[in-house]
Design a protein around this ligand. Structure first.
Ligand code: NAD
Length: 249
């Protein structure tokens, strides 16, 4: 894809699933990737795998980061920009799930979901803006979900993802003043640790039948879309939410 080589990206939730696949894909496009996560072992493993991947040209490093911690997020973005002579891409991907009814959801779990899935994205966008301004612009991709579009029984999770979608679309005009494009990606059913934990085999099967393509997706299929949105090929795309869901919604 055009315009990715020699850029620098910070990826949150890069220790697993969609974040890890995107770190690989961007490194293969020649991007230097700063992989971040609360899972230090998983994050280090992502970096080791990129270093062992002969198709990856970009360098990779890991930084421990809890996205709900604004100060730490800001520090991480500033350090990435300092080390790599600027920041070009931020993938706000870290997220946690929910596998319970609204009635069973505790206030603690509600707060966790909002802190990570919503405040984490807000923190990244807010702390990144001056860093992007200093770097001469950039691209942000926020991970929302099909659950942010379509009513879903995972109600508090859906609430955070709908908020991420609306926030992304609403803030795009202001970010454009700093040459920052901001978009959201809305994954459908993607086979990752999160969905393995959430859904039984029978539930996974039933959900599969609701997709037009009749299958679950791989994290790499979301990574392709993120790479596109980060690249110059998407130079006229901002304030959008891209569904990558095999026709589920
Ligand atoms: P995953 O569990 O494989 O990866 C999520 C990563 O986020 C993990 O590495 C985890 O350690 C990290 N994380 C959790 N809390 C964090 C925090 N406070 N700070 C930093 N990192 C933290 O799951 P995934 O499916 O790859 O999910 C990635 C994103 O995609 C999430 O935002 C999720 O909501 C979204 N999503 C996934 C699906 C799907 O079907 N898998 C569908 C729609 C949206």
């Amino acid at each position: 894809m055009r315009g990715l080589r020699d850029k620098t990206a910070v990826i949150t939730g890069g220790a697993s699933g969609i974040g890890r696949a995107t770190a690989h894909r961007l490194a293969e496009e020649g991007v230097d990737v700063v992989v971040t996560d609360v899972d230090d072992d998983g994050g280090e493993e992502t970096v080791e795998r990129i270093e062992a991947n002969e198709a990856a040209d970009g360098v990779a490093e890991f930084r421990s980061l809890d996205v709900s911690d604004y100060d730490r997020f800001e520090e991480c973005l500033l350090a990435a920009a300092e080390t790599h002579d600027g920041l070009d891409i931020l993938f706000n991907n870290a997220g946690i799930g929910e596998a319970r009814s609204f009635r069973e959801t505790t206030r603690e779990h509600r707060d966790d979901l909002i802190d990570v899935n919503l405040n984490g994205v807000w923190n990244g966008c807010h702390a990144a803006l001056p860093v992007f301004e200093e770097s001469g612009g950039g691209a942000i991709i926020n991970t929302a979900s099909m659950a942010g579009w379509k009513p879903a029984p995972i109600t508090t999770y859906a609430l955070t993802k709908a908020a991420v979608l609306h926030f992304t679309r609403s803030v795009a005009g202001e970010f454009a003043q700093y040459d920052v494009r901001i978009n959201a990606v809305c994954p459908g059913l993607v086979d990752t640790a999160m969905t393995d934990e959430w859904y039984s085999e029978a539930e996974q099967e039933a959900m599969r039948r609701q997709t037009a393509l009749d299958r679950w997706g791989d994290p790499e299929e979301i990574a392709s879309c993120v790479a596109f949105l980060a690249s110059e090929d998407a130079s006229y795309v901002t304030g959008r939410a891209m569904k990558v869901d095999a026709g589920y919604v």
